[in-house]
Design a protein around this ligand. Structure first.
Ligand SMILES: Cc1ncc(COP(=O)(O)O)c(C=O)c1O
Length: 342
């Protein structure tokens, strides 16, 4: 298989992450996170976020989101999320499972984004004992439709959340793409805008495996290590989860690679939008392109070997990974052009 657009998870390991992984593979080190690599990368995160946050490493995004949300909820609480949110559609009920029953409340919103008024609607719609008490708002950055929340949009949602006593969680599976695209400081779209907990995506950024759960309000991380352990998410050889992060974060590789992926998505987006009969269903703001594709064009692309996901209705999702090459983008565009003009 060459390069594809189905998922940014199709890509391999970023060289910077791989080098740090190999470097960590010498001598013995303390297990379960008591090692030098885990300490160094946690300190690096505190420097990047410009605050004294608590950092935990888990194997995947489902665990990161579910365990983070569970730490913000009691079983009778609810979590407001976009109706297309990964926690709602792609985590097999794990947020409900790990929180012992907290319910997800689906929010509507254009281009994958929740608005403050939608938070109000879902909180105020009921106040009786039969309704699971809203306790958290979760935002996905970048969203499941490849769009972004700007700092002031996050701050407005957080402010509304605070009015109702809700916490704010961010699913940052593509946080690197968001920071690179918005050209902001990581703090500006997290704790400075009112986010309490961030699930910082490592896998899509170019790590072999692993996500970080970053608690900006450290009171919320009490006992989080026990949650990780109980859920089978405490790596004994933690240095190998942590070290690749160091490779990505130390000299800014995470942002360079993410900026490249974003630029490739932009190239693809412009090219597809120019073709007759194609229409973007959301603006391209990070590394994903969402386009309404006539069935015969989609089928034709697949016949030519391209892989991409079907999305809502007749739309298709094209994700650009950290290593996607301009030539790959242009080859896809050329095939799409010939099919659209046929
Ligand atoms: C928005 C979002 N959140 C979280 C994840 C992480 O999921 P996984 O449990 O497969 O690592 C993904 C992966 O596709 C995602 O797109």
């Amino acid at each position: 298989m060459a390069q594809h657009f189905a998922s940014d998870n199709y890509a391999g390991i970023c060289p910077e992450a791989f080098a740090a992984f190999a470097e960590a593979n010498s001598d013995h080190a303390m297990a379960y996170g008591d090692d030098e690599w885990t300490r160094r990368v946690s300190d690096r995160m505190r420097a990047i976020f410009e605050t004294d946050c608590d950092v935990y490493f888990v194997f995947n995004g489902t665990a990161a989101n579910s365990l983070a949300l569970a730490s913000l909820c009691q079983s009778y609480h609810s979590v407001i999320c976009h109706e297309a949110a990964h926690v709602m559609t792609d985590e097999c009920g794990a947020p409900e499972f790990f929180s012992n029953g907290a319910k997800l409340l689906a929010a509507a919103g254009e281009f994958g984004r929740i608005s403050p008024d939608e938070v109000t609607r879902l909180v105020e719609r009921r106040s009786d004992i039969h309704y699971p008490k809203p306790r958290v708002v979760t935002l996905t950055q970048a969203t499941e439709l490849g769009t972004l929340y700007r700092p002031e949009q996050i701050a407005a949602i957080s402010e509304r959340a605070r009015q109702y006593g809700l916490r704010v969680h961010m699913d940052g599976a593509r946080f690197a793409n968001a920071v690179a695209s918005l050209a902001v400081k990581p703090a500006d779209i997290t704790w400075r805008a009112g986010v309490d907990v961030l699930c910082f995506g490592g896998t899509k950024m170019g790590l072999p495996v692993g996500e970080a759960v970053v608690f900006f309000d450290r009171r919320l991380s009490e006992d989080f290590a026990y949650r990780c352990k109980q859920a089978g998410q405490l790596a004994s050889k933690m240095r190998f989860l942590a070290a690749p992060w160091l490779g990505m974060l130390e000299d800014g590789a995470w942002l360079r690679r993410a900026a490249h992926a974003n630029a490739m998505a932009e190239r693809l987006s412009r090219g597809l939008a120019d073709l007759p009969g194609l229409r973007l269903i959301a603006p391209t703001e990070a590394n994903g392109v969402f386009v309404d594709l006539p069935a015969e064009v989609a089928a034709g692309l697949r016949r030519r070997g391209w892989r991409f996901y079907d999305f809502i209705g007749s739309a298709a999702r094209f994700m650009c990974a950290w290593d996607i090459e301009a030539e790959t983008v242009d080859a896809l565009l050329e095939d799409a052009r010939s099919l659209c003009e046929a």
